[in-house]
Design a protein around this ligand. Structure first.
Ligand code: 3UK
Length: 525
């Protein structure tokens, strides 16, 4: 067998990583554990009572890779995954990679039109989905202008992954790759609502796991990771899959929604050492903690990302639980967190300092670095940054320049080197840590026959977290009222991903506009 190894030297800062010239990353994350004697160690537990060892995981990775190859999916072709958090997610993701196929995990909260776009945009050879999502995936397939050769539910009565796996070999030779070859994609939302596939290469997951997982969190094989953020987000993918696999730790998977009480129950029962959440969830959990204490004694750290963590939530959580929440900013393009607080260096309200291995720069409009305390555009350089956007050379040229990634965020840095988030440079909102385009909600509102115009902006709720607020002009102003607001709300909930509805609807006679007719969103904020 070829080498596929990566040499890790932790005596330097940042850690130095040397990749073998032939390197399929599935070997470093899956097969290595068998060679290192972890076959019987637990890799995954689920809240449904499943337990998967590293040995069983390697077996299912090989079988899933063989199933995909057997169905005729070729090297370099894409397989979309609409899969809940479950062991099969691991099997599919790594089985595809080991077989030279590109897995593309998709947000499972999306709707049929979103999936249709991604089926067409990716020109995928296959789509594999948890049966729960058939109601959105099947209409997307029916409407798509392109028919992937493989459409496979994970489980069910007819042909499904779980059944096919039993009939194939448990041996699979890794397809040779180079560290900088395309490996997997993640879709990232754009301002105009059409997502872009960020293409990551084989070495990227090694970089994020080592630089952030080991470097910042000090992860080791005794850790148990629980991420409320799902595996299909770059954040969840790192938290609950790549970082625990890299370090020989284990992950606890919750297939269903992470409601505050369920999350507390999982922590009490499965005793994770690391918990990964988003600010909205910490805020909701704080409300639960007002009702009575919860057992969080297993945790050695809590982590937050996705949107800025308000200092007040940090302080109240620390007061109530004794735990720090380490806020860090990451992105789909950078793959994981590149600026972070750490337990030996944190500031409430700040995103922390650059993770060693990443360079950060804050630039003014002329492209010059600003001085301490002044705000500007945050750019980031690091080896885990996506290689390019699929199908979009223009966007690639605009966002990824000379190894630097334009984050689209405005930041300032204080004299101690801590970075503070000031807002986005575009109109995009983060709601519960998930992208939400105001244009998409506006378009949905305007579809309603009684709506003339609509504008959506971000508005801070009581806890300081941003949610979408809609301003609506009706064709007949006389219809404004609670009943119409309720109708518009239902209209949005029926047509958009569940988290994208406006939390406030304000009727007005007109929207503020420029001379050229462009809505002046800043006036509504
Ligand atoms: C915003 C933050 C302030 C910021 C992500 C951790 O969120 C992740 O990736 P996305 O591609 O979004 C990236 C954008 O989200 N953001 C994220 N974290 C913070 N803003 N403070 C934060 N702590 O606008 C950024 O450009 O969805 C987070 C790990 C991997 C990720 N992909």
């Amino acid at each position: 067998m070829q080498d596929h190894t990566v040499a890790v030297d932790r005596s330097t800062t940042p850690t130095s990583l040397t990749f073998a010239p032939v390197f399929n990353v599935a070997v470093a994350f899956i097969d290595r554990h068998i060679e290192e004697g972890r076959s019987d160690k637990l890799a995954i537990r689920t809240t449904k009572g499943e337990a998967v060892t590293f040995g069983a995981l390697a077996d299912s990775v090989n079988r899933t890779g063989n199933v995909l190859q057997g169905l005729g999916i070729k090297r370099g072709e894409r397989v979309l995954m609409v899969v809940k958090d479950c062991p099969q997610f691991f099997g599919l993701f790594w089985g595809a990679i080991k077989a030279g196929i590109i897995p593309v995990p998709l947000n499972t909260l999306l709707r049929a039109p979103d999936y249709r776009f991604m089926i067409e945009d990716s020109e995928c050879a296959g789509i594999v989905y948890s049966p729960e999502y058939a109601t959105e995936v099947e209409p997307a397939l029916a409407a798509a202008a392109l028919n992937p050769k493989v459409c496979l539910p994970i489980a069910g009565e007819g042909e499904c992954l779980d059944a096919l796996i039993a009939d194939v070999s448990s041996e699979l030779v890794p397809v040779p790759a180079k560290p900088e070859d395309d490996c997997f994609w993640l879709y990232s939302s754009g301002t105009t609502g059409t997502p872009k596939g960020a293409v990551h290469v084989h070495r990227d997951m090694v970089l994020t796991s080592e630089l952030y997982g080991v470097g910042i969190l000090g992860m080791r094989d005794s850790d148990v990771c629980f991420s409320a953020a799902k595996l299909f987000f770059a954040y969840g993918l790192g938290n609950a899959m790549t970082m625990p696999l890299w370090t020989g730790a284990s992950a606890v998977l919750l297939p269903g929604p992470p409601t505050p009480q369920v999350v507390f129950d999982v922590i009490e029962q499965y005793k994770p050492t690391l918990f990964f959440g988003v600010p909205t969830l910490y805020a909701a959990q704080l409300r639960e903690l007002d009702q009575g204490p919860q057992d969080l004694s297993s945790l050695r750290a809590c982590i937050s990302a996705g949107e800025a963590l308000p200092a007040d939530i940090f302080r109240r959580w620390h007061e109530k639980t004794g735990c720090l929440i380490l806020d860090g900013i990451g992105s789909t393009e950078a793959l994981h967190i590149f600026i972070s607080n750490r337990d030996d260096g944190y500031r409430p309200g700040s995103s922390g300092r650059p993770v060693p291995g990443y360079d950060a720069a804050i630039l003014d409009d002329a492209g010059q670095e600003v001085s301490v305390g002044e705000s500007g555009r945050l750019k980031i350089r690091g080896q885990s940054n996506a290689a390019y956007y699929w199908n979009d050379p223009e966007k690639t040229r605009a966002i990824m320049v000379d190894g630097w990634l334009d984050t689209g965020d405005t930041y300032y840095r204080d004299e101690e080197g801590y970075y503070y988030f000031c807002g986005r440079n575009d109109d995009m909102l983060k709601v519960g840590g998930i992208w939400c385009s105001p244009f998409e909600i506006e378009a949905k509102l305007i579809e309603h026959p009684r709506v003339l115009e609509a504008a959506v902006v971000g508005k801070a709720a009581d806890d300081g977290l941003i949610k979408p607020a809609a301003f609506v002009v009706l064709i007949d102003a006389g219809e404004a009222g609670d009943a119409m607001a309720e109708e518009l709300l239902q209209h949005c909930k029926n047509g958009l991903a569940k988290y994208k509805y406006p939390r406030w609807i304000t009727f007005s006679d007109q929207l503020p506009k420029t001379a050229t007719g462009k809505i002046q969103r800043y006036k509504l904020r």
